[in-house]
Write a protein that binds this ligand. Structure first.
Ligand SMILES: NC(=O)c1ccc[n+]([C@@H]2O[C@H](COP(=O)([O-])OP(=O)(O)OC[C@H]3O[C@@H](n4cnc5c(N)ncnc54)[C@H](OP(=O)(O)O)[C@@H]3O)[C@@H](O)[C@H]2O)c1
Length: 334
């Protein structure tokens, strides 16, 4: 089968489309005939080797974190899934493999695609959609009427985050450049701050919660706009001890390392009387089924910026890597 393969850590020159053996599903797994795969910044960060300390891979490694397709074949104990089912998933982090004609998926990470979505739309939901759900509902526990600030509302995670925050009943303020303004308003944002022209700290005070998609200086400034007792969840800042324990199931020494690495944001957060949490999202078929219901109800709409054929998967990655995507990039196998 054809697959986008990474031969080592580094730049795009480390990746190529070539033939690799088709994998076989084991117990609790299915083989999916991939119709479309979503791209995410984690794809190129993994290729660069930036996440090697958290998750390393034996090379060569088939790339890709999320997919939509048909179940081609089931292993033993595949539960309710059978050949021909339309399914989508954020695949296991230690296996990847979504950017290929066929991919193995654990059944616990799989969910049926709702009838109203095509494969392209379904393929871009799992990673960014689950991230937004886990951050806003589970970590920030957003309640109706609360005011949440979301940085970078126009990208892959941001477009889902705005819609999920609105579904939870929150008031949403977000940042976007003029290129993303109309999109974030369409997603339901109540207020948009043009981050290229204004400092969002100037007139934003005492928000109930904040979700950071940018990290660095943006995260530092966000810690100061949340009311005392509130919480900031970041997916782009510095991992902290809870990330190691809760998201990665790791103990010492990673917990200690993250404790040290995250001293600056944790001290800053303490100074402002808020809690800092770095979330590393987890695959989940049951939570994906919840997102499928939201999509079916018309409450969650995937936004596709550009579609590339599989033969141009490297061009698709380069396009995402420029950092200006509005919504998501999808690679199609059909
Ligand atoms: N920890 C986790 O589990 C997890 C999960 C998912 C994603 N992430 C991380 O979260 C980050 C966001 O992911 P993504 O998929 O949303 O990325 P993305 O789709 O590539 O985001 C691109 C968008 O971000 C906007 N943007 C860039 N800098 C901005 C800033 N300073 N303020 C406001 N908007 C800004 C860009 O707008 P303009 O071009 O118009 O400026 C563009 O529309 C990435 O670092 C990713 O690796 C982490």
């Amino acid at each position: 089968m054809r697959a986008l393969v990474m031969d080592g850590y580094g730049g795009p020159e480390q990746t190529a489309i070539r033939d690799v053996p088709r994998p076989e599903p084991a117990a609790g797994e299915v083989l999916v005939k991939v119709q479309a795969a979503g791209l995410n910044p984690v794809d190129y960060k993994t290729r660069d080797g930036k996440l090697r300390m958290i998750q390393g891979y034996d090379m060569p490694q088939v790339m890709g974190n999320e997919l939509a397709g048909f179940v081609e074949k089931t292993g033993h104990d595949a539960g309710r899934f059978s050949a021909g089912d339309r399914v989508f998933a954020r695949v296991a982090k230690d296996r990847l493999g979504a950017l290929a004609e066929y991919a193995i998926v654990d059944t616990e990470h799989l969910a049926p695609i709702p009838p109203s979505l095509d494969f392209h739309e379904a393929a871009v939901i799992p990673l960014a959609g689950l991230t937004a759900l886990q951050a806003l509902r589970d970590e920030l526990a957003l309640a109706p009427g609360q005011h949440v600030f979301i940085s970078a509302g126009a990208g892959g995670v941001g477009t889902f985050a705005i819609q999920i925050a609105k579904w939870l009943g929150a008031r949403v303020t977000t940042t976007a450049s003029p290129r993303g303004r109309d999109l974030v308003l369409r997603m339901g944002a109540d207020r948009v701050i043009d981050y290229t022209a204004h400092d969002f700290t100037e007139d934003l005070r005492d928000v109930d919660a904040a979700f950071d998609l940018v990290g660095g200086e943006t995260l530092s400034r966000m810690l100061g706009i949340v009311k005392r007792g509130g919480k900031v969840v970041s997916i782009a800042g510095i991992p902290e001890p809870t990330t190691a324990r809760k998201d990665l199931d790791k103990g010492f020494p990673l917990t200690a390392l993250f404790w040290l690495a995250s001293l600056k944001p944790r001290i800053e957060a303490k100074r402002h009387g808020v809690t800092y949490r770095f979330l590393f999202m987890r695959p989940s078929g049951s939570e994906l089924a919840e997102l499928a219901d939201l999509a079916e109800d018309g409450r969650l709409t995937p936004v596709i910026d550009r579609t590339f054929p599989f033969a141009k998967a490297k061009e698709a990655m380069a396009y995402l890597e420029k950092g200006h995507v509005k919504g998501k990039v999808v690679v199609t196998m059909d």
